[in-house]
Design a protein around this ligand. Sequence first.
Ligand code: HXC
Length: 258
Amino acid sequence: MSDLKNLLLEIDGYVAIVRLHRPAVLNALNLELMDELVATLDSLDRDENIRAIVLAGSEKAFAAGADIKEMASATAVDMLYRDQFSKWDRIRKIKKPIIAAVSGFALGGGCELMMHCDIVIASETARIGQPEINIGVMPGAGGTQRLTRAIGKVRAMEMVLTGKFITAQEAFDAGLVNKVVPVEFFLEEAVRLAQEIASKPPVAVRLAKEAVLKSFDTTIEMGLEFERKNFYLLFASEDMKEGMAAFVEKRTAEWKGK
Ligand code: HXC
């Protein structure tokens, strides 16, 4: 991961901070950046010393979407063979919690990347939208599905069909972001939250994230079954024994991640 061209990576205790870094083009998501991002997230997901990931851009832009210049002359068959969405599927399968720190533009693929994350901290300056309609396409990395589930049909439909941007406050009111903070704190607040989650027992965090995500693609009956299996599974973890013993003995638990 040492020769990253389009990302900055920093480790702070159990938290990895991954920053999209193509400042000249507002972090437009080209194929090379996406390759680096997926490889980095995969590697952090396997790293036992990492318990939570923050994904951020700059103050000016989280990401202004897929790289339009890279797509402008592509044919449908080029896009089919490019198979770029298989990379996005890998991001969806990252097991560790990902907290998005969003400031400035989160547009098109940038909004979709934000919605691949588990929790979103937004700066007051965030502008969020699915403007693909203005360039003759439509969301392709899950926008029509995730935005609709997050904010409801009529609001998603308006954003997707008009391409208009919403403010951080509007996104908060609609349930798309968790918290809005002044721009100078957006990264700090996301890291703080990541550190808080990283202080929890890692196996429980992992199985809980998996169960919440399951609710997107299953019936309530199957989802409840899935939740129960993960709940029972946690009784096989050392951390569960430690957590309950610590409660009874009125002391702080020490997590091993086992
Ligand atoms: C390539 C981009 C880009 C993009 C910005 N730039 N967005 N390059 N792809 N998505 C480049 C500009 O060409 C310009 O480069 C530089 O970044 C600064 O942008 P400006 O337009 O000069 O800045 P500003 O006037 O402040 O306007 C900001 C903006 C605008 C409103 C964000 O750049 C914009 O509308 N960008 C496109 C947003 C968009 O349509 N996103 C959806 C893409 S489709 P130069 O070299 O001229 O200085 C998509 C499909 C997803 O995401 C499918 C899944 C992968």
